[in-house]
Design a protein around this ligand. Structure first.
Ligand SMILES: [Zn+2]
Length: 329
């Protein structure tokens, strides 16, 4: 039902996307009680850090970059309740957009993605250093001193559609290396950022090819699906094992498929529509196949076997409609 033209283009996005509930808004999981973690132990509310006292990387697992993406919050809550501690290096665990999370309403689960603006678009230093205030900018500034000390970041997300879980590994070789070290989920997408703003994953050293810091963004499956919790938790454990912070036997896993995004299709008009419903990961055999219209302009695939990654249902000017990708051997 995504991309149906009956949803008026420009009707809203993010916190303002109030479409009628449909099957994509089915909520199978409940928000965890995060109040026990309010104080944190870092001076930053809802942020914890545990230092092993031994040399090693500072790894962080971050949940709730988007306030309504519950699977990551459930996974991090679980790790905290288990009393996870690193055998080497330092481990930080955080819940980012708590203010949006607190507004989660299973009757309108899309509304609590953020409060004022997308927390995952505010990470340009020039933006963080302005005097402009918003719920998300304030929280990013609060977390920034901790983030600045992180070497390896796993940022936990979920997605609109029931697409296969994947890691968005970014455009840099080190992102792919980290994703392949984690080893799960089975799909790795090498992507550039968004045009609208810098993501946490691309902030500072994470997005600097000369820095050894690296970050991976997990899309754990569809928002609010029970399976997304399993994927988030398994990926957290694989991440901690891969870095040697919390060694644990990992189940056998198939080799990952790696897709390289060659183009992020940003919506230019107020009337973008796909020619049909795409679920994601469709491979379009022939170059030049029209997949959408942006206003009057046809959007064609640039090469044979073009793969559509995470087509959006929020078809709003300035936002990402779909990513075009090809298989990397
Ligand atoms: Zn997200």
């Amino acid at each position: 039902m995504r991309a149906k033209p009956s949803r008026p283009p420009g009707a809203g996005s993010g916190a303002a996307s109030h479409g009628a509930p449909d099957h994509e808004d089915r909520v199978e999981i409940a928000p965890p009680d995060l109040e026990p973690w309010r104080a944190g132990n870092t001076g930053i509310p809802y942020c914890y850090s545990f230092d092993s006292g031994r040399p090693g990387p500072h790894a962080m697992i971050n949940a709730l970059t988007h306030g309504n993406e519950l699977s990551g919050a459930i996974a991090v809550d679980r790790l905290l309740r288990e009393g996870v501690r690193p055998a080497k290096g330092r481990l930080s665990l955080g819940f980012a957009n708590i203010a949006a999370f607190r507004r989660f309403n299973p009757q309108a689960p899309r509304r609590s993605r953020f409060v004022h603006q997308d927390f995952n678009r505010v990470w340009a230093p020039a933006m963080l250093e302005t005097a402009t205030r918003s719920t998300e900018l304030d929280r990013a500034r609060e977390m920034r001193p901790l983030i600045d000390t992180v070497d390896m970041l796993l940022d936990l997300h979920s997605m609109q559609m029931p697409d296969a879980p994947l890691i968005l590994a970014g455009p840099l070789a080190k992102g792919r290396v980290l994703a392949e070290a984690i080893g799960t989920p089975a799909l790795v997408v090498l992507d550039a950022g968004h045009e609208e703003g810098i993501r946490l994953r691309d902030y500072g050293g994470f997005g600097d090819p000369a820095s050894p810091k690296a970050a991976a963004l997990l899309e754990a499956g569809q928002h609010w699906s029970a399976g997304s919790v399993d994927v988030a938790l398994a990926t957290c454990r694989a991440f901690l094992d891969a870095l040697g912070l919390v060694p644990a036997a990992q189940p056998p896993r198939p080799p990952q498929r790696v897709l390289e995004v060659t183009r992020v299709l940003t919506i230019r008009s107020d009337s973008f529509r796909f020619v049909r419903d795409f679920d994601g990961l469709e491979s379009i055999p022939e170059a030049g196949t029209i997949i959408a219209y942006d206003g009057d302009d046809p959007v064609a695939t640039p090469y044979d076997d073009c793969v559509l990654v995470m087509p959006s249902r929020r078809l709003v000017r300035g936002q990402t409609a779909v990513r075009l990708a090809r298989d990397v051997p």
